[in-house]
Design a protein around this ligand. Structure first.
Ligand code: PEP
Ligand code: MN
Length: 334
């Protein structure tokens, strides 16, 4: 249920109502918009008297929210959420480009790629240190050493770092990481999501390989229910009948998620297609349909990459794409 307050309601009257709602075992999520304040009620509202609340002189209207996801719901928070990563802002009209290799392989590699993508205009650096691989015999990442190398690359370039967590047991190692990525394979690791709800750090939550949008938003709700509301959603392609691409990029997820949720939505054209030559067209399409940003794999030597070389752009290809994206955004934003 959402309670929309009339403009100009005093804090005292608002708090009286919130205390009354809390006393009925309802948690209240407050969203202050330019004109209206929206109170989102979380809990069992089956016995809450909607008519009584609607009759209060400070209340404009009351609406039932039947969706199971509440805190990430746009009905609870009509304005776009903007997630701060240091001085950077994600969402709300800002365009974020996260770029870097699939995995951190060495200091030379991560620092060289970080410098190159920064020079092309990327706003954050990606790189996996803990890799969720389909085969146990494939490179599993440099783990804690990889995180240290990412920090070195951050120190050299000033780019905030984004990297994936695969196990709750590693959480302490992520204290100095700017954005924690929850990968497609972990999207429904509910115990991990709950724990990430208790920290104060932005989370990049990727859509599971076969997850519906509702399931993605319910996973997001797990994190938000713990109090961490800094979430960036990511569409990275889903499993369908695609035979020539790694996944199927569901671009309709972008406007749909924007309709359903107030959180920023970015797109990963690299994992969605698995082919570097398809990254450019899909990145352009994602930008054109309103994505708040992109996460793109870039490697200085894709032929010898330890992971996902086939879908990695070379730095010069990334640079050219960034120029095209700039030009496209000027047209799209008109
Ligand atoms: C990644 O970004 O490195 C990754 C493994 O992505 P996904 O979880 O989308 O497969
Ligand atoms: Mn990858």
């Amino acid at each position: 249920m959402v309670v929309i307050l009339k403009p100009g309601v005093t804090t005292e009257k608002r708090n009286q109502l919130i205390n009354w709602l809390n006393a009925q075992n309802l948690q209240v999520h407050i969203s202050e918009g330019a004109q209206y304040t929206v109170l989102g009620l979380v809990g069992d509202t089956a016995h809450t008297d909607m008519d009584l609340i609607a009759s209060l002189d400070i209340v404009d209207s009351v609406k039932q929210v039947s969706d199971p996801f509440k805190r990430c719901n746009r009905k609870f928070h009509p304005d776009d959420s903007v997630i701060s990563v240091g001085d950077l802002q994600v969402g709300g009209g800002n365009f974020t480009v996260i770029a870097g290799p699939c995995s951190v392989e060495s200091e030379e590699q991560i620092v060289a790629v970080a410098k190159a993508v920064k020079a092309s205009g990327a706003t954050m650096l990606r790189g996996g240190a803990f890799k969720p691989r389909t085969s146990p015999y494939d490179f599993q990442g440099l783990k804690a050493d990889g995180l240290e190398l990412l920090k070195t690359a951050r120190a050299e370039t000033g780019l905030p770092i984004v990297t994936e967590i695969v196990s709750l047991a590693d959480i302490d190692l992520f204290e100095d990481i700017d954005v924690i990525q929850v990968g497609a394979r972990s999207m429904q690791n509910f115990e991990l999501l709950k724990e990430l709800g208790h920290i104060s750090k932005p989370i990049l939550l990727k859509r599971g390989l076969s997850a519906t949008l509702k399931e993605l938003l319910m996973s997001c709700e797990y994190i938000m229910a713990g109090g961490n509301e800094q979430i960036i959603l990511c569409e990275r392609g889903i499993r369908t009948y695609s035979d020539y691409t790694r996944n199927t990029l569901d671009l309709s997820a972008v406007p749909m998620l924007h309709e359903l949720s107030h959180l920023p939505v970015i797109v990963d054209p690299s994992h969605a297609t698995g082919l570097s030559r398809l990254v450019r067209p899909m990145a352009m399409a994602a930008t054109a349909c309103g994505a708040d940003g992109l996460i793109i794999e870039v490697h200085n030597d894709p032929l010898h990459a330890l992971c996902d070389g086939a879908q990695s752009l070379r730095p010069e290809e990334f640079d050219s794409l960034m120029k095209d994206l700039d030009a496209l955004r000027k047209v799209v934003l008109k």
